[in-house]
Design a binder for this molecule. Structure first.
Ligand code: IPM
Ligand code: MG
Length: 406
């Protein structure tokens, strides 16, 4: 079972009910299960990869929230916690042990904390925690990375942009995740004919890789405000020229979606100048990496943003977009909301359990409405809490909120 495209329901047959999805993680591009309530308890296997730094703290909080939201919705989870990243390097000498990759592949969904830290920064490239993450994405074949960036009214003051610029921003970045310069060959550091060291990476996209991510993006835009902006560097890069050609060719299949194109340097500027112009953005691996960090800052804190990585079949990978923040690790200062919202995305996009997902999103909003804030989103007049207490508050709100319907 698991990720969103592995379903008997064809994409075209999926009915979307406008106006019923307003949420932090946005509308699911594809719905998997029927809404009819089932008396049978459903069980899911979840692989938990806490990783490094604040990863274990935020995962332990998010796990409790996931468990409770599931319980309230008649779902049961079997969690399997596996070593990953620096933690795995310390334990067995590699960032992605075979057992971890296998457990992830055999699960229904993977919830990941964060990886990396000063300790492993000087490791050889193949022994860096980041390599584990890239290999996990590749092993799970999760080519579509959905990164929502929504400015919540409760947190508009946390944005570094002026209130009138940040207010109302609600976009989804669809990043290609297992291709392009991150994985392209040739790559490496070699010696050229002059005996000089040269570093090489290759930006390469085959037509089918562009088509499949573009389709996810068109579907996503269709269920949002119907606007898709494809970001490339087609004035310079051949891979981008093909990208633009393929995306443009697909547009006729989605007449309800308004497609535009933008060069990446302009997109970086427009995100700061007038971010409300964006609804759905689709872009390659490296531009998506950069632009999603930029977009996250519009929302006030990278500590708020979840992500979903999905493939054509098999489990999806769900992770906050922030890093392992080694400077605050172990101090109960981390904001667990991005991971909690990643658990909501896991329910919605990974398992098709939209009602349970909505419970979590509502509970997060409720905790924020009550004024609870971790340090990264704190402003005077609110209640400063640590990672655990924020988790407790979300759990309390799960209990008190009337179940949302989708
Ligand atoms: C991200 C991160 C990763 C990436 C790193 C940690 C490999 O920056 O998920 O955005 O570059 O994809
Ligand atoms: Mg990044």
């Amino acid at each position: 079972m698991a990720a969103f495209l592995q379903t008997n329901i064809t994409l075209d047959s999926i009915k979307i009910v406008p106006g019923r999805y307003s949420s932090l993680t946005d509308r699911a591009p594809y719905r998997i299960r029927c809404a009819a309530a089932s008396p049978v308890k459903k069980r899911y296997n979840i692989a938990l990869l806490p990783g490094d730094g604040i990863g274990p703290e935020v995962i332990s909080v998010a796990k409790n929230v996931l468990q409770k939201a599931g319980f309230l919705q008649g779902l049961e989870f079997d969690f399997q916690e596996m070593p990953f990243g620096g933690a795995a390097l310390d334990l067995v000498g590699v960032p992605l042990p075979e057992e971890t990759s296998t457990a992830a592949k055999q699960s229904d969904a993977v919830l990941l904390g964060a990886i990396g830290g000063y300790k492993w920064d000087k490791n050889e490239k193949h022994l860096r925690p980041e390599m584990g993450l890239l290999h996990l994405r590749r092993d799970l074949k999760v080519f579509a990375n959905l990164r929502p960036a929504t400015v919540l009214p409760q947190l508009v003051d946390a944005s570094t942009l002026k209130k009138e610029v940040a207010q109302g921003v609600d976009m989804m970045i669809v990043r290609e995740l297992i291709g392009g310069i991150y994985f392209g060959e040739p790559r490496g550091i070699t010696i050229n004919e002059n005996g000089e060291e040269v570093g090489v990476n290759t930006e390469i996209y085959a037509a089918h890789e562009i088509d499949r991510i573009a389709r996810v993006a068109f579907e996503t835009a269709r269920k949002r405000r119907g606007k898709l902006c494809s970001v490339d560097k087609a004035n310079v890069l051949d891979a981008s020229i093909l990208w633009r050609k393929r995306v443009t060719a697909l547009a006729s299949e989605y007449p309800d979606v308004e497609l535009s194109h933008m060069y990446v340097d302009n997109a970086a500027m427009q995100l700061i100048r007038y971010p409300k112009q964006f609804d759905t953005i689709v872009t390659n691996n490296i531009f998506g990496d950069i632009l999603s960090d930029e977009a996250s800052m519009i929302t006030g804190s990278i500590g708020m943003l979840p992500s979903a990585s999905l493939g054509a079949s098999g489990p999806g990978l769900f992770e906050p977009i922030h890093g392992s923040a080694p400077d605050i690790a172990g101090q109960d200062k981390a904001n667990p909301l991005a991971t909690i919202l990643s658990a909501a995305m896991l329910l919605k996009y990974g398992l098709g359990e939209e009602t349970a997902a909505k419970r979590i999103e509502d509970a997060v909003l409720d905790a924020l409405n009550k004024g609870f804030r971790t340090g990264d989103i704190y402003s005077p007049g609110n209640k400063l809490v640590g990672c655990k207490e924020m988790g407790e508050e979300v759990l309390k709100s799960l209990d008190s909120k009337v179940p949302a319907t989708v």
